[in-house]
Design a protein around this ligand. Structure first.
Ligand code: PHE
Length: 345
């Protein structure tokens, strides 16, 4: 009888399972405490006949050792589990996900917009697919101007019998200026940031699209001196207070007089280096006084109002600020390149 009971308990003990401290203690009490099942068998052992004592005693001890080891084993397993669980600090903040960076062109565009916003300019926007009227005709381009050639401009729709009915991808954001002038009377003080398209082969130095910011100010008595001051402030804000500017005569159909603006070389400070080809100057934008023909074409009285306009390329300025040598980098979206601008946020 006793032997059977021992075997039965042995089988039970082997299968014991518990996964918390209380449950393990309950098992220890059930089997190993003074009032436990194994102790009870030791009491019964007293009544075992002397010839069986040796065998039963041995089995009983085996059972007791088995139970003691099993309980110890369960305790060990539980402790290991607990340790593992403690390794996870659920209060720790989650590791931050990879965040993207602002594109260098966006950074520079924002910087330029901010500089003009501080001078009272507001942003104007317009369509990228434009009609000839707003891109060329109203801006005083002659019907046979080379910009109207397939080689220079992307055409969406062409009408050989009347070029003024062509639809194009805008080749400059001056088209936004004509749209604003057409519907607003002065004073007008706007900048027009946006993407423009030109029919160029893609190389390190040219692309079929790029980004411009053009500015326009029209009011009574606006002079070239006003233009010069606004551009000087811009150049010094962008490239530093030591920056000098220089205006060279130029030609655009929509401005008269027209000029191209250089800034003193940001690398050598004007002394002359390989970057500025030893001239001390680098070109950054085109500008001029709005041609009276343009004002009239847009419904603004050129005898009452005058104004200036300027236009710059965001890629060009970005190249100058960050010494990017290849224009194609801006549209390839190579994260190794984009990551370099992380710190500039
Ligand atoms: N629209 C000219 C261009 O795209 C830039 C410019 C704007 C020049 C305004 C003078 C005045 O090249």
């Amino acid at each position: 009888m006793l032997l059977e009971k021992i075997e039965e308990l042995k089988a039970q003990v082997k299968e014991l399972k518990a996964n918390n401290e209380e449950a393990i203690e309950a098992l220890r009490i059930k089997y190993l405490s003074k009032k436990g099942e194994i102790s009870a068998l030791f009491n019964d052992f007293r009544d075992v006949s002397p010839d069986q004592k040796r065998e039963v005693g041995q089995k009983l001890n085996e059972l007791k050792n088995l139970a003691t080891n099993k309980i110890a084993e369960l305790k060990e397993a539980f402790k290991a589990c607990e340790k593992e669980a403690n390794k996870i600090d659920i209060t720790r903040p989650a590791s931050p996900g990879e965040v993207g960076t602002r594109h260098p062109l966006s950074l520079v565009r924002k910087e330029i917009i901010d500089i003009f916003a501080r001078q009272g300019f507001t942003i104007a926007d317009g369509p990228e697919v434009e009609d000839d009227q707003h891109v060329f005709t109203m801006l005083n381009f002659a019907a046979d101007h080379p910009a109207r050639d397939m080689q220079d401009t992307f055409f969406v729709n062409t009408d050989a019998s009347d070029v003024t009915r062509n639809i194009v991808l805008r080749s400059h954001t001056s088209s936004v200026q004509t749209r604003v002038m057409e519907r607003t009377q002065p004073p007008i003080r706007i900048i027009c940031p946006g993407r423009v398209y030109r029919n160029e082969a893609i190389t390190a130095r040219a692309h079929c699209f790029f980004h411009q910011i053009e500015g326009l100010y029209i009011d009574k008595g606006v002079s070239f001196a006003d233009l010069k001051q606004v551009l000087l402030y811009f150049a010094q804000e962008l490239f530093g207070p030591e920056t000098k500017i220089r205006l060279r005569p130029s030609y655009f159909p929509f401005t008269e007089p027209s000029a191209e603006m250089d800034v003193s070389c940001m690398l050598c400070g004007g002394k002359g280096c390989s970057f500025c080809k030893n001239t001390g100057w680098v070109e950054i934008l085109g500008c001029g006084m709005v041609d009276p023909n343009v004002l009239e074409a847009c419904g603004i009285d050129s005898k009452v109002y005058s104004g200036y306009a300027f236009g710059l390329g965001v890629e060009r300025i970005t190249n100058l600020k960050y010494m990017v040598k290849d224009l194609r980098m801006f549209s390839e979206n190579d994260v190794r390149f984009l990551d370099e601008f992380k710190a500039s946020h």
